[in-house]
Design a protein around this ligand. Structure first.
Ligand SMILES: CC(C)(COP(=O)(O)OP(=O)(O)OC[C@H]1O[C@@H](n2cnc3c(N)ncnc32)[C@H](O)[C@@H]1OP(=O)(O)O)[C@@H](O)C(=O)NCCC(=O)NCCS
Length: 182
């Protein structure tokens, strides 16, 4: 979708807002999670992840339009002597809001936060069959680096993707370009 089409699609007051996830969002997050995955996270898992935000090892964001949560994403920050790594733990968008830049906007903000926390690379696992998600990650510079065999439900392989040098100016410029597309 073009930038103009996305702009016209969002009525005034309906702008996409990216903000930290709170427990009060979970009532809207859980149905999106259940629609997104065959093996979805429970409320307890989200609550445990949010507890770890306070300890500084997680970042969770929601995207909302007005009061409606339309997507969310999260990171696990892993310290490393050569520079911290950010592991994407979850990204999901409500089916009715897909292909309008919501995941891109969430990932741009997650990347900014990861860089702000000293991360030099980020990584994720994605289902082999999730070619749309892989396309999204490629636009952020992720490249396949390996396969975890039968990682999901002991049946589907995971593609491991990495993106390095996210702290360098070139990557910041890439993020600015991606931000302009949302
Ligand atoms: C993957 C997912 C998060 C993408 O969210 P989204 O908000 O629709 O993504 P965006 O609109 O920001 O997409 C940006 C680009 O990624 C690519 N992309 C995203 N979804 C795609 C799809 N289904 N098919 C092909 N390309 C896709 C496109 O290049 C797209 O740009 P375009 O719309 O201009 O062509 C969403 O489809 C989802 O929630 N899926 C279920 C959960 C999931 O698989 N999460 C990933 C776990 S690793």
């Amino acid at each position: 979708m073009s930038v103009l089409a996305r702009f016209l699609q969002r009525a005034p007051g309906d702008e996409l807002v990216i903000e930290p996830m709170r427990r009060r969002h979970l009532g809207q997050v859980l149905p999106i999670e259940q629609a997104a995955y065959p093996m979805s996270w429970s409320r307890t898992v989200f609550e445990s992840e949010l507890d770890q935000v306070r300890g500084g090892t997680r970042e969770y964001l929601v995207a909302r339009q007005g009061r409606t949560v339309v997507g969310y994403a999260g990171l696990w920050i892993v310290p490393d002597p050569d520079g911290a790594q950010a592991h994407i733990t979850n990204v999901a968008v409500d089916p009715s809001s897909r292909r309008s830049g919501v995941a891109t906007a969430l990932l741009v903000e997650l990347a900014r936060r990861a860089i702000g926390r000293g991360c030099v690379s980020w990584t994720l696992e994605v289902r082999q069959s999730s070619t749309g998600a892989q396309e999204l990650y490629r636009s952020f510079g992720f490249a396949p680096a390996g396969v975890r065999t039968r990682y999901y439900e002991n049946s589907e392989d995971a593609i491991v993707m990495w993106c390095h040098d996210i702290h360098l100016p070139d990557y910041r410029a890439r993020l600015e370009e991606l931000a302009c597309e949302t």
